[in-house]
Design a protein around this ligand. Sequence first.
Ligand code: MSP
Length: 493
Amino acid sequence: MKNKFYITTPIYYVNDKPHVGHAYTTVLADVLARWHKLCGEDVFFSAGTDEHGAKIETAAMAAGVSPQKFVDEKAADFKNAWQVLDISYDNFIRTTDAGHEKAVSNVLEFLHKKGLIYQDVYKGLYCKGCEQYKSEDDLIDGKCPDHQIEPELMEEMSYFLKLSKFGDEIAGKIESGELKIEPAEKKNEILKFLEKGLNDISISRANVKWGILLPFPTQGGSVSGGDKKYTVYVWIDAFLNYLTGLGWQGKIPLNPSLQKGGAGNAINFFPPDIQLMSKDILRVHATIWPALLLALEMPLPEKIFVHGFFTIDGQKMSKSLGNVIWPEQLVEKFGVDGARYLLMSSLAYGHDGDISWDKLAEKYNADLANGLGNLINRTMTLAQKVVFKHTGEKNKGISERIKKLYEEIKPKEILEEIWKEINWANKYIEEKRLWELVKNNEAEAKKVLEELFTTIYDVAENLKPFMPETAEKILKILDSAEIKKGEILFPRV
Ligand code: MSP
């Protein structure tokens, strides 16, 4: 039986179009999904959008359209962007999908029956940007450090989930590596946070209309004109996408025999093997999400992987600063694979990264136009001068070193390994003065070309997950030993 591999991205808020930050996580998920497919695994890659809650309600109001119309438009923007970036997701889950809403409703009913939900008064500082209550410790100068806004004091009757029951168990599982959090620094951060134990969290909103209604009889709510209705807290709603994205409908308990994975029903892919995200949403993913799963008696994800954050020209990306880079712009300027390459090489493991149009263009010209593009062009032009056909082994297979880097989720470092080969090959052409050999020593020229072809086959094979179109193009060129006049893989910008 094939190994199953389930990978998720966060479902992004649809208050705006996707930007390079969202694109980074999504392209990384795509690279890993393609890699695991190439390794012969049975892969499911789930992407989607987070469409309920106060943030979306406000954005729709500002745009002057109904929330439903607003989220439909924005969800389409995300789908388009992912299509433009050649993202091979297996399912795109929207939290406004009827099946998802039904599952959320079932889950809340189950948790209520199980006695894990109770009513109480809630008072706290709420950041609309995060859709989270904040403690004083979380704030810098009284403001949410992620959104630069002062959270509002909110007091409401509320339903609570007994998260406090699960804190120790979660800490134990993270400590033992049953639930992996990488990089290690992030794991330690979460373990430190869990030392104080977990507080119960409010899972209902009386003043947010745009959401899924609490399914059990309630008291004191206000949503639909004071008729005692509450909507479900958007993070509870959102987390369940990792189940509903597989077509799960909230029938509980999940049949334990289905939990091991395998072919057939997509829910067999659960739990996720890798959940990608950045540091902004790690804490909720390492507390509320596993607590929900424990409450539902379901297995926890294998691994949560946290990548760094982008800044642009040293500043936070923001619409008001006007410095946002949109994925469509990247593709327009650098091509799909150029955009994918530039994204994947901009964040080093465990670090944030700064990008700018100048730096991106410079890197594109150096690595793609001059590096890879030039290598293919020169090799093929010279090969055509001696009517060369490659006969040797096509490629050496993927190196152990690169396999290990995939295990560790180090895309930038993998690309650096591949570019070592490309740079070696370009130098080799220089050293051997291949353009002279093809004129006066055909036998020696063919030996050099043989080595170059082997290296380029290898490069193309290695590039498949990152630059699928380019890899295919290169393989075609090599196999036909021909490059059309004027065919330029990466024109300089
Ligand atoms: N809707 C929630 C997630 C729910 S998942 C159950 C959310 N959405 S979000 O639109 O704010 O997306 C946050 C994620 O987008 C980050 O964790 C990261 O994956 C990606 N990024 C957003 N901005 C980013 C940068 N500036 N840099 C890198 N990644 C960033 O939170």
